[in-house]
Design a protein around this ligand. Structure first.
Ligand code: GAR
Length: 204
């Protein structure tokens, strides 16, 4: 059974989706830890309810990003996870960590990358005027939302949408494709070939 650690900064609905998929048996893995940069993250309560141990690294209490990342690195190493799932983790991760855990860290982003990387992706989509939006699960590399893409899902942008209504519609798809991508990883069905990710057929 693969070991999954989740990283989250806030509400934690994507953490919940991972926990629920494990309970449902669609994601055959053990969630061994939640690591959060925010002591007030609602994700902490969700992890607690599921019996997942939590490491809180209060970003605001650190003197520098380097000091924070040294502890993040130690926490990630310590939990001996096969896969790290960034599920609403709102910080850019430094190169030392992305290099060490390359090919073992995935992130959910609420846009159809490479469009609308960075913060407020749904607002960027509304402001740009696109007619189709969506979400992406990708491997984390040294750039911002730039690693190889594993899964994407799209939703329509309606005339009546604002940032919030679009975010809600995208979130439904996030909760589907994030656990699905984690499951593909855990079933060893992912091959990274340069920028492209090949999904291998299921084994019997
Ligand atoms: C989700 O929409 C996630 O895609 C986004 O933050 C939200 C977290 O919600 N992540 C990013 O924008 C990362 N760049 P959640 O805490 O309920 O999962």
């Amino acid at each position: 059974m693969k070991r999954i650690a989740v990283l989250a900064s806030g509400r934690g609905s994507n953490v919940q989706a991972v926990i629920d998929a494990i309970s449902a048996g669609t994601l055959r893995a053990e969630c061994v830890r939640l690591i959060t940069d925010n002591p007030d993250a609602h994700a902490i309560m969700r992890a607690g309810r599921a019996g997942v141990p939590v490491t809180v690294l209060d970003y605001a209490s650190y003197a520098s990003k380097e000091a924070y990342e040294a502890d993040l690195f130690a926490a990630m190493t310590d939990c001996r996870a096969d896969l790290f799932v960034l599920a609403g983790y709102m910080r850019i991760i430094g190169q030392a960590i992305t290099d060490t855990f390359a090919g073992r860290m995935i992130n959910i982003h609420p846009a159809l990358l490479p469009a609308f990387a960075g913060l407020h992706a749904q607002r960027q989509a509304i402001d740009y005027g696109v007619k189709v939006a969506g979400c992406t699960v990708h491997f984390v590399d040294g750039g911002m939302d730039s690693g190889p893409i594993i899964l994407q899902a799209c939703v329509p942008v309606l005339e009546t949408d604002d940032e919030n209504s679009l975010a809600e519609r995208i979130l439904v798809e996030e909760h589907r494709i994030l656990p699905a991508a984690a499951a593909l990883f855990c079933e060893e069905r992912i091959a990274i070939e340069g920028r492209r990710v090949r999904i291998l057929p299921a084994r019997d």
